[in-house]
Design a protein around this ligand. Structure first.
Ligand code: NI
Length: 165
């Protein structure tokens, strides 16, 4: 099922999302099963639970966002992160253009850590630690921001609107 998205002024986007304690929950599993196709359908490379109106520490991410089209073809593959935490990060940040499904048509540069090591639980409750760099590291940081009520427009020094003809 493709889920409706919460956009900019929706207060759910500004809440601190609640941690997930029970993994063996059919409602949670269904939500994850719906979030993945919703992300691909909307051409997103990441989607956090608050964006689909659930204030939970959960997000899905395209495994290799630089190959979005390959994964879009398969549709079911995603990194599922639950109760994530940035454990370590690079010394340096870099700026990269971002957008967000919850802030349609707006884009802007955001400075983020070049690489991050994130710990999280998968959909079965198993704990993982994953190191990422480049675009994937940015997506991790963008999605974790969502779980803390932060949007990229809060961090970008110049947001611009793109209107297609
Ligand atoms: Ni976003």
């Amino acid at each position: 099922m493709i889920l409706p998205l919460a956009t900019t002024d929706n207060p759910v986007l500004r809440r601190m999302a609640d941690p997930i304690k029970k993994f063996d929950d059919p409602v949670l599993q269904k939500l994850i099963d719906d979030m993945i196709p919703t992300m691909y359908e909307r051409d997103g490379i990441g989607l956090a639970a608050p964006q689909i109106n659930h204030s939970l520490q959960l997000a899905v991410i395209v495994p290799d966002p630089t190959r979005f089209q390959d994964f879009k073809g398969k549709k079911e593959e995603a990194i599922v992160i639950i109760n994530p935490r940035i454990e370590t990060h690079s010394l340096r940040k870099e700026s990269q253009e971002e957008g967000c499904l919850s802030v349609p048509k707006y884009f802007g540069p955001v400075k983020r850590w070049k690489s991050v090591m994130v710990s999280f639980h998968d959909r079965h409750g198993e704990k993982h630690t994953m190191k990422s760099s480049g675009l994937l590291a940015k997506v991790f940081q963008h999605e974790i921001d969502h779980l803390n009520g932060i949007l990229f427009i809060d961090k970008s020094p110049r947001i611009y609107k793109v209107t297609t003809l």
